[in-house]
Design a protein around this ligand. Structure first.
Ligand SMILES: [Zn+2]
Length: 487
């Protein structure tokens, strides 16, 4: 007995030793130190331009009839008037009437071009929320170093910052050796078919294959990753897909005074709770693994233990990440029942109860995988899983995070912000890159500005704003991205 206890003790000591050593070795990969580069901008002009851009009500409405053509025309005239150098040196083409496509010819036509992009349409301000704004949404006010208004984050700041960056480079006499395209979309918020879609079709028709593209996406996160001190530049290398399914439960109708043991509503409820209890399988692999592996190396010792010892703690990591909405969305295809419909009257039994469930498809799954999973989980003859026509969109390809474009973006951000963690990430929302990605070897989604958890509420919400400092750092980052990417 004593001997057994001794052996057990020895095993435990060895195990703990292995865990601690592995954790100690779980350190950031050593990267070349980057020399900070100072970019001296015309701050006053850059700020004024963003304020002016916000004032155009270039709102994307779901209904075509609500489209304010004049606001878009005015914005385009403003771009032409405000950026004389850009319009002199670059070729401009209007696509789908309102999307601006600029081409900056490089001196070496052998090099594959790159594309920088953003969109200048914005979502509407929800009626009734106007008074909740601390500053009016379309005034472009600056108060205490903060620029307020719709589009300050999503995504006029990126469009204006890119135009400022090009102006800055032209003033320095800088010329690209690689051709650079800039595409400023007018309909991203309603799918981007007429803007980004048409630009993509045009490039494809001209046989132009981009080395890489950069669109809106993730940010330099400040305080978003628990336990990670430095800023984390999450460069999104893929975008989730989406499929919406109708779950239809059927039953005999009749009067509610003499119901069967289960009505269509009860049958449907059971199916939905099965779906919530059995999410689409996921876990740490591929892109998700790369992301959490990179970031966890910057965590404090105790928090690093599970990530450094995945051979032992994988199920624990899975549980913990799945328990938070952000972590869960990174690990798997998510399940979200959103709409319900059944009987039309209180005393009438429904013959059909329908739930709409939206799934955001992880790059590891296909739309067909998700449908198959749902049918297997529901497994009830009384319930039908319908796939509405045209409802499925596959996740994007996963771009290579060891490619030149990724390196250029990461390096440029470090030149401006100093030592930040650079990691590939996964885009949960949609972007115009669902189109552009078709003509790019690698497609990235990243805005080089800092984002705190509080800032995020401004997206499509009230009080959208960006600090002057943050915005100017964004402009400087684009200067470095263009220089490093096409110089
Ligand atoms: Zn956007």
């Amino acid at each position: 007995m004593k001997q057994f206890l001794l052996i057990l003790l020895a095993v435990i000591v060895v195990l703990v030793g292995v865990i601690l050593v592995r954790t100690a070795l779980h350190q950031p990969a050593s990267s070349e130190p980057v020399t900070p580069i100072t970019v001296n901008l015309n701050d006053e002009r850059a700020i004024r331009h963003l304020r002016e851009a916000i004032a155009f009500r270039t709102v994307s409405h779901q209904r075509e009839a609500d489209f304010q053509h004049q606001e878009f025309k005015n914005f385009i005239s403003w771009v032409k008037d405000s950026y004389p150098l850009v319009n002199e040196a670059l070729e401009l083409q209007l696509i789908g009437e309102y999307t601006l496509l600029y081409r900056w010819p490089g001196s070496n036509p052998e090099l594959a071009p790159i594309l920088l992009t953003g969109h200048y349409d914005v979502v509407p301000v929800l009626p009734g929320t106007e008074t909740l704004w601390q500053q009016p949404p379309f005034a472009g006010s600056v108060v205490d170093g903060i620029i307020w208004g719709r589009g300050a984050l999503d995504d006029k700041s990126a469009v204006v910052a890119q135009l400022e960056a090009v102006t800055h480079l032209l003033e320095q006499g800088w010329q690209p050796s690689r051709t650079v395209y800039f595409s400023f979309g007018h309909d991203e918020e309603i799918g981007g078919s007429n803007g980004a879609g048409a630009v993509t079709a045009l490039l494809a028709a001209q046989d132009i294959q981009l080395e890489w593209s950069l669109d809106e996406g993730s940010f330099l996160f400040d305080g978003m990753m628990p336990g990670v001190e430095p800023l984390t530049a999450t460069i999104n290398v893929a975008e989730k897909g989406s499929v919406t399914l109708n779950i239809v439960a059927k039953a005999a109708g009749g009067h509610s005074s003499m119901p069967p043991r289960q009505t269509a509503v009860g049958i449907l409820a059971q199916a939905i709770s099965k779906l919530e209890a059995n999410p689409v399988p996921g876990g740490l692999s591929g892109l998700s693994l790369q992301m959490f592996d990179t970031v966890s190396r910057y965590m404090a010792f105790p928090a690093r233990i599970p990530f450094a010892n995945r051979w032992l703690f994988e199920p624990l990591i899975d549980d913990q990440l799945s328990a938070v909405t952000f972590g869960n969305a990174m690990l798997r295809t998510t399940t979200a029942p959103t709409m319900l419909r059944a009987s039309v009257k209180t005393n009438v039994l429904p013959i059909e109860a329908v739930a709409t469930v939206n799934f955001r498809v992880h790059p590891r799954d296909s739309v067909e995988d998700v449908v198959k999973h749902v049918r297997a989980v529901v497994a009830d003859k009384r319930v039908e899983v319908r796939v509405p026509e045209g409802s499925g969109r596959a996740a994007s390809r996963v771009s290579d995070w060891n490619s030149r474009g990724f390196e250029v973006i990461g390096q440029s951000v470090r030149e401006v912000y100093g030592d930040v963690v650079v990691t590939p990430g996964l885009m949960i929302a949609g972007s115009d890159t669902r189109h552009y990605g078709k003509v790019a070897d690698n497609a990235f989604r990243f805005n080089p500005i800092i984002m705190t958890p509080e800032d995020l509420t401004g997206f499509h919400g009230t009080n959208e704003k960006i600090s002057v400092d943050n915005y100017l750092q964004g402009v400087r980052s684009y200067v470095r991205i263009i220089d490093n990417g096409a110089g």
